[in-house]
Design a protein around this ligand. Structure first.
Ligand SMILES: [Zn+2]
Ligand SMILES: [Zn+2]
Length: 137
């Protein structure tokens, strides 16, 4: 039986699922997220590594050192290029951050906070959420 939340890349080669209802759901405006997502911000949430099951495909990992100096692996589909999740985060061991757009049912999950708001572009207006200039501590 499939887990509660199912997700996939844009071409469908990579499929994964998890049961956890995430609580840390962030809209991040940092420059790293802008570059990696190609948009003004990225929305993602934490899922325990042990809960995330890869059903099909083989994501390619790009190791990256963020401006914080901490390493992480951005995982994307080598076929369609869609970013699916971030793993091996030095700052959050044991947690995988899944991009909300990968979900089959993204309407079931809403952001709880906005972070790196100091990098938010002028035209992007704050959502009615907790605001953090940098990383929430
Ligand atoms: Zn794909
Ligand atoms: Zn970010």
């Amino acid at each position: 039986m499939a887990k509660k939340h199912t997700a996939q890349c844009a071409c469908g080669a990579i499929k994964f699922e998890f049961d956890t209802d995430p609580t840390f759901i962030a809209v991040c405006h940092c420059l790293d997220c802008k570059r990696a997502s190609g948009g003004e911000a990225a929305t993602f949430f934490g899922v325990p590594e042990a809960d995330l099951t890869l059903i099909s495909g083989e994501p390619k990992a790009f190791h990256y050192v963020a401006q914080s100096g901490k390493g992480l692996d951005r995982n994307f589909c080598p076929n369609c290029g869609a970013r699916v999740f971030t793993s091996n985060l030095e700052s959050f061991p044991g947690t995988i951050f899944v991009t909300i757009g990968s979900l089959d049912n993204p309407a079931s999950i809403e952001p709880a906070l906005e972070m790196f708001t100091k990098r938010r572009l002028e035209w992007a207006k704050p959502l009615g959420l907790a605001q953090f200039e940098n990383m929430p501590s």
